[in-house]
Design a binder for this molecule. Structure first.
Ligand SMILES: NC(=O)c1ccc[n+]([C@@H]2O[C@H](COP(=O)([O-])OP(=O)(O)OC[C@H]3O[C@@H](n4cnc5c(N)ncnc54)[C@H](O)[C@@H]3O)[C@@H](O)[C@H]2O)c1
Length: 341
C-alpha cells in the first residue's frame, strides 16, 4: 500500500516507518521537524519522501494517491497540552480533523488514528474495555476524544477510520523521549542510582513497547476493511497493566545498586486507568505481542549504557518534548504558534 505517515520523525514514527517498509509498504512522511536535531543511538537522519511539513498547511492534493493515512503527528503529551491548550486544540483537533476530511475527499480509504488510553482519564481499578466512558482530564486527552468523535462522523462505505487507543509507550527509538514513565524511571535509576517516583505510585498505567505498537498499526493497515471500520482498539497487553510503583520496583530490580525515592514535590496523579486489551487479542489472534516491562527496562538500560547517557543529557531539554519546543521558542526558531520563523 502507499501509506502517508504523519509525525514520521517522532518517537513512535522512527520505529514504525522501517517496520511498514519491511512489510513492503511504500511510506511517505509528513512532519514539522521539531525534533529533527534530536538523535539517540542510531544518529542517521530519517530519510523519507515527504508531502509538506506542517499538518496545518496540508492540501487535498497532498493526500491524493494514498491508500491509507497513519496519523501520528500532534502535540504528543500532557505537559505540551498544558502549556497552551489552544495549540493542542488547533493541531490535534482542528488540523487533524481537516486532514481526515481532506483524506476522505482525496479518496483515501483507511485512516488509522493514534489515540490514547488516556482518554479514559481518571478511572477506578476495574479494567476498561473500548465501550467504557471517556473521562479525559487534560487538554491532550480531550483532543483525542474530539478527534475520535469527528472521525466516526466521517466513516462511511468509502472511508474507514480506526482509533488505536495506545497504552503509554516505552522502548528505544532514535527519537527517544524521556518523558514516558518507563524510559524516565530507567534513566533516573541509571544516571543517579535512584528510582524516582513523581507521584505516590498508586495510579494504574498500562504500557506498551513501540515495536509492539507499530506491529498493531501494521495489522490494522492490512486487515480486511470490515474488521477495522469505525472501530476502537485498546493497544497493549492485559498483563502489562501496572501501578506506577510496580514499574518502579521492576526498574529497581533491573538497574544494579539503586534505591527507591519519592520526589519531594510528588503529588497525586489524577490519571489512572487500567485497561482491558482483549478485543485486540481476539480480533488479531496471530498478533503475538512480545514485550514486557521487565524486558523493556533491560533494553533501555543496555541502550543508556551503550550511549554513556549522563544525568545532564537525561535531565536537559534534548529528550523531552516540552523542553525541546521551549528551547526552539527561546532561540527564536519557532514562534508562539510553533511555526518555524
Ligand atoms: N508515546 C506515547 O506514549 C503515546 C501514547 C498514546 C498515543 N500516542 C500518540 O501517538 C502519536 C505519536 O506519538 P510520539 O510519542 O511519537 O510523539 P512525538 O512527539 O515523538 O512525535 C510527534 C511528531 O509529530 C510532529 N508534529 C507535531 N505537530 C505537527 C504538525 N502540526 N504538523 C506536522 N507534524 C507535526 C512532530 O514534529 C513529531 O515528530 C501522537 O499522536 C501521540 O499523541 C503516543
Amino acid at each position: 500500500m502507499k501509506v502517508l505517515v504523519t509525525g514520521h520523525q517522532g518517537y513512535i514514527g522512527a520505529c514504525m516507518v522501517p517496520l511498514l517498509q519491511a512489510a513492503g509498504h511504500e511510506v511517505i512522511g509528513l512532519d514539522s521537524a521539531w525534533f529533527e536535531e534530536q538523535r539517540f543511538g542510531d544518529d542517521r537522519p530519517i530519510l523519507l519522501p515527504t508531502v509538506g511539513g506542517d499538518l496545518r498547511d496540508s492540501k487535498v492534493k497532498d493526500l491524493r494517491g494514498f491508500e491509507a493515512v497513519v496519523h501520528l503527528a500532534g502535540l504528543s503529551n500532557d505537559p505540551l497540552g498544558d502549556i497552551d491548550a489552544g495549540l493542542t486544540h488547533e493541531i490535534n483537533t482542528v488540523a487533524s480533523v481537516r486532514l481526515a476530511e481532506m483524506a476522505k475527499e482525496a479518496g483515501v480509504r483507511r485512516f488509522l488514528f493514534s489515540s490514547s488510553c488516556s482518554t479514559y482519564g481518571a478511572a477506578g481499578d476495574a479494567p476498561l474495555d473500548e465501550s467504557a466512558d471517556f473521562n479525559p482530564v487534560t487538554p491532550y486527552a480531550v483532543s483525542k476524544v474530539e478527534m475520535e468523535q469527528a472521525l466516526a462522523e466521517l466513516a462511511d462505505d468509502d472511508f474507514s477510520p480506526a482509533y488505536l487507543r495506545n497504552a503509554t509507550a516505552y522502548g528505544v527509538s532514535s527519537r527517544l523521549r524521556m518523558d514516558l514513565v518507563l524510559n524516565n524511571l530507567v534513566a533516573w535509576a541509571y544516571t543517579t542510582g535512584k528510582v524516582r517516583l513523581l507521584s505516590d505510585g498508586s495510579p494504574w498505567r498500562p504500557i506498551v513497547h513501540i515495536e509492539d505498537m507499530s506491529r498493531v498499526f501494521l495489522a490494522l493497515l492490512e486487515a480486511p476493511r470490515e474488521v477495522i471500520h469505525d472501530q476502537a482498539f485498546n493497544v497493549g497487553r492485559s498483563e502489562e497493566n501496572f501501578r506506577i510503583r510496580e514499574l518502579a520496583e521492576i526498574v529497581a530490580e533491573t538497574v544494579p545498586d539503586c534505591e527507591l525515592e519519592i520526589a519531594p514535590d510528588a503529588g497525586p496523579d489524577k490519571r489512572s486507568y487500567r485497561v482491558d486489551f482483549s478485543k485486540l487479542e481476539s480480533t488479531f489472534p496471530d498478533l503475538d505481542l512480545q514485550w514486557t516491562a521487565r524486558r523493556g527496562a533491560q533494553e533501555l538500560l543496555d541502550a543508556y549504557r551503550a550511549a554513556g547517557l549522563t544525568f545532564e543529557q537525561f535531565d536537559g531539554p534534548g529528550f523531552k518534548r516540552l523542553g525541546t519546543i521551549q528551547g526552539l521558542i527561546a532561540a527564536g526558531r519557532l514562534d508562539d504558534s510553533l511555526r518555524w520563523t
